[in-house]
Design a protein around this ligand. Structure first.
Ligand code: UFG
Length: 328
């Protein structure tokens, strides 16, 4: 049995769908702070509660034969983390501490962890490799790095093996269009672009056109959420074969600028999508592109979605299917 903490969130729910497709028994823990009831797979056993609650977690581990944990339960907004860093230390770092205490107490030795490219900060090399310098430029990235360090020492002391997956820009939706991205507030580029053809906003703002990139706008590495979900399953399998703890980047190794993303969305939606120039957003590095060679070689991870228009199309189908997200 696999326990998925944060299994009602965007990436967590897509991972649960893939796990269940592969015949795994899944338990979800989620406090529904940012997750959605509508994103919970019907075949998963659901516990509503907070990972910071020791008594609650104790019950979940006692009532189920858990052999591995996948941990998505964290706050993940860069801007919010700069205004309220202690919320991030409390939910992300302290939450992970309590979760690790439960793993230790119940003799569970495998955990896959949702980390981020934000652990690197301003990159020293492009593409970014796992051994590159980690110097986060925001509190969110700093808490994820602190969580990675906590895993390292929990492995050293208690033999809890971990695989930390550092995501780049996650996008798209499940092929069924029944689950997808639904954040409130929404801050991510693709869902915001798609709000224009959906008639929910007039234009998309381009945050900075004077970056040191080929067209002046920020370049990011976009990866489909189902490909990302599959990497988690491969990581659990790797831990089950007795692997040591590992850190992997997850991206597709190719960058797209904000302007290229808008152009691709115009093709997919057949809508002119008006743009407006805006100031740079604080803390945005010019280019973030992953080297995912290590994950390809060691996890045998291969992308199903390599075309940016296919990624945007899957998001577009979800938003057309559920224009108000999971809200009924
Ligand atoms: N952008 C715009 N206009 C918008 C929204 C975004 O121009 O209305 C730009 C941003 O400035 C950025 C790019 O589009 O250059 C992508 O922005 P996102 O907010 O979609 O994604 P980020 O690259 O900022 O952040 C993502 C994750 C974070 C994670 C980070 C790590 O959402 O959780 O990658 O690199 F920390």
């Amino acid at each position: 049995m696999i326990l998925v903490c944060g299994g009602a969130g965007y990436i967590g729910s897509h991972t649960v769908f893939e796990l269940i497709d592969q015949g795994e028994e899944v338990i979800i823990v989620d406090n529904l702070q940012t997750g959605h009831k509508g994103a919970i797979h019907k075949k998963a056993k659901f516990y509503e509660g907070n990972i910071k609650d020791r008594t609650f977690l104790d019950r979940v581990f006692r009532e189920n034969e858990i052999d591995a944990v996948i941990h998505f339960a964290a706050n993940s907004l860069v801007g919010e983390s700069m205004e309220n860093p202690l919320k991030y230390y409390d939910n992300n770092v302290y939450g992970t501490q309590v979760l690790l205490e439960a793993l230790h107490k119940h003799h569970v030795k495998k955990i896959v962890f949702s980390s981020t490219a934000a652990t690197y900060g301003e990159p020293e090399n492009i593409p970014i490799r796992e051994n590159d310098r980690t110097e986060p430029t925001n509190a969110y990235g700093e808490t994820k790095l602190a969580m990675e360090k906590m895993f390292k020492w929990a492995d050293f002391a208690y033999g809890i093996k971990y695989i930390s997956l550092r995501y780049f820009n996650v996008a798209g939706a499940h092929v069924s269009a029944q689950i997808g991205e639904d954040h409130n507030p929404e801050t991510h580029l693709i869902p915001l672009i798609l709000q224009v053809p959906l008639g929910k906003r007039e234009h998309i703002s381009i945050f900075g056109e004077d970056y040191d990139t080929y067209d002046g706008t920020c370049v990011r590495d976009y990866i489909h959420v189902t490909d990302l979900a599959n990497a988690h399953i491969l990581a659990v399998e790797k831990l089950r074969t007795g692997s040591n703890s590992k850190i992997y980047n997850l991206g597709n190794g190719e960058g797209f600028s904000v302007k290229e993303m808008i152009e691709a969305a115009r093709k997919v939606t057949n809508h002119p999508i008006k743009t407006v120039s805006a100031d740079r957003r604080a803390g945005d590095p010019a280019t973030l592109v992953a080297s995912a060679k290590k994950a390809t070689n060691e996890l045998k991870w291969h992308l199903k979605y390599t075309n940016i228009e296919d990624i945007i199309l899957s998001a577009w189908k979800w938003h057309q299917n559920k224009p108000n997200g999971f809200e009924e």
